[in-house]
Ligand binder design. Structure first.
Ligand code: ADP
Length: 475
């Protein structure tokens, strides 16, 4: 949760930042809502108080009118005093005069000290509640009418434009306190909620950091199983899991390749070493046949190295396929030409059945696929045999097949022939110079095109390799 200093710059954890952001946001939001609600309530209350003053004024006037009639159509000094003292209780100062303007009762003369204190208290109340409040003594005069006749006037004095009594101020203060408490409760709830949310967001990220750190150390077996309902987090954890898996597979492949290469090199180098040592020690005479055998071993080693180079080159190019539309028939013709001397030398009968003439794919890679398949067909077909190269088109793919009448492949070997360094018959392939990489390259290149390579074969009858390259790459 805490901050870290790195090269002078303070850094904070995601969890800390999210919690702080949540808290700040809620505090700001609730403060704004509080200020707004407070403003609205005060405005409403102010209007209510102003209305109340107006109602009291009119009820005083109508009371005076009613009492005038009760008193037999004349003013009664004791009755007026009663009304005036009551009004003082409501912080209103009355001055009643008759129709001629003679003052009959005046709150100021009745008790000027009390009136002054009352005005002073109200001024203090209002200033105490709102320091910027500007107000003072105000007076309104109303005629007292009985029937059609004005029988007198009443001036109502009060602290204006409006005033709050002690009760009003208590009510407003408790309202503000409630708003403050609500804001604090909301802030506390949002702090807890924010902290939980932040933890839920940051813990899978911490997990990703942990796993990425392990990957960096070359440990690929750690997987993230934490669940999350945030799309980006799910995608991030999936990406890390896939990365770890891919790296683990590549690491396994690399280890296997190293072991396979060591294994493949051991036999020819051991042979070479023992032959040369035997000749140095004089156990063997140094003659042309023995030198020839040493030479064969070196040729085998360099063939293996160049096959490996090829494989490495294609694997490195993995994703870079330069797909374009090209003349497949012309390519097949060109490859057949390159094997011409071997074909005629071994009296192999090659036929073509080209139904699909064009293909959209990486021409260089398709050439490599065909060279490997045709050279295998030639290698494993005895003199006088036949090879048939066919192309056809289906709605979804272009199909190329290379069929030979050669030695065939046993059903035990068939599942493995596309694996690196796998040779059905080691002694025979030693004679043919095969290293068991050709078909691995074919499979890799066909799959890079989103295609499929299959084989059908019967020992003694021949083999047929079929390559399907989809017209639209499979998703
Ligand atoms: P190699 O360089 O040994 O030919 P490949 O990967 O091309 O390596 O082939 C793997 C093995 O599959 C070969 O050693 C051989 O036993 C078998 N094979 C491949 N093509 C044919 C074929 N046309 N006829 C018979 N066997 C074949």
């Amino acid at each position: 949760m805490t901050g870290k200093t790195n090269s002078g710059k303070k850094r904070f954890s995601l969890q800390f930042k999210l919690t702080a952001a949540f808290l700040a946001f809620t505090l700001l939001l609730f403060s704004l809502i509080g200020i707004f609600v407070n403003f609205l309530l005060e405005k409403q209350f102010e209007n209510y108080v102003i209305d109340k003053i107006a109602q009291r004024n009119s009820s005083i006037v109508s009371n005076l009118e009613a009492r005038y009639t009760d008193w037999g159509g004349k003013w009664d000094a004791a009755g007026l005093e009663n009304i005036g003292v009551n009004a003082l209780g409501d912080s209103l100062m009355l001055r009643v005069s008759d129709a001629d303007g003679t003052v009959l009762w005046d709150a100021m003369t009745h008790n000027s000290g009390m009136c002054a204190t009352m005005l002073q208290d109200l001024a203090e109340n209002m200033k105490g509640y709102n320091a910027g409040f500007t107000g003072g003594y105000e007076e309104k005069t109303f005629p007292v009418t009985v029937g059609q006749n004005i029988v007198g006037n009443v001036s109502i004095g009060y602290y204006g434009p409006y005033y709050y009594t002690d009760n009003d101020i208590n009510f407003l203060n408790s309202l503000n306190q409630l708003l403050l408490i609500a804001t604090l409760i909301a802030a506390a709830v949002s702090f807890v909620f924010g902290a939980i949310m932040a933890k839920r967001l940051s813990s899978p990220i911490s997990r990703v950091i942990h796993t990425a750190g392990k990957i960096a150390q070359g440990k690929y077996d750690d997987r993230i199983h934490e669940k999350s309902n945030t799309t980006e987090i799910v995608e991030l954890t999936q990406a890390i899991n896939i990365l770890a898996e891919t790296l683990a597979k590549q690491e396994a492949l690399r280890k296997r390749l190293t072991a396979d290469v060591a294994h493949e090199l051991r036999t020819p180098t051991a042979n070479l070493q023992s032959h040369i040592e035997a000749m140095i020690d004089g156990v063997w005479e140094l003659d042309a046949a023995r030198l020839e055998s040493c030479h064969e071993e070196t040729v085998r080693i360099s063939k293996l190295v160049s096959d490996l180079e090829n494989l490495a080159r294609f694997e490195a190019d993995n994703l870079i396929l330069k797909k374009e539309d090209f003349d497949l028939a012309r390519l097949i013709f060109k490859i057949e030409k390159s094997f011409e001397s071997d074909i005629s030398h071994r009296n192999i009968h090659v036929t073509q059945d080209i139904s699909a003439r064009r293909l959209t794919a990486d021409e260089d890679k398709i050439e490599q696929i065909l060279v490997n398949l045709i050279s295998n067909a030639l290698k494993y077909t005895p003199e006088g045999g036949s090879i048939e190269i066919r192309t056809a088109e289906t709605p979804a793919a272009i199909v190329i097949s290379v069929k030979d009448s050669g030695i065939g492949i046993s059903s035990e070997d068939l599942p493995y022939i596309f694996e690196r360094f796998y040779r059905a018959d080691k002694s025979r392939s030693r004679a043919t110079g095969g290293s068991g990489i050709g078909l691995a390259i074919v499979k890799f290149l066909v799959e890079a095109h989103g295609g499929l390579v299959t084989v059908e074969s019967k020992p003694g009858e021949g083999s047929e390799f079929t390559v399907m390259i989809p017209k639209e790459p499979l998703p």
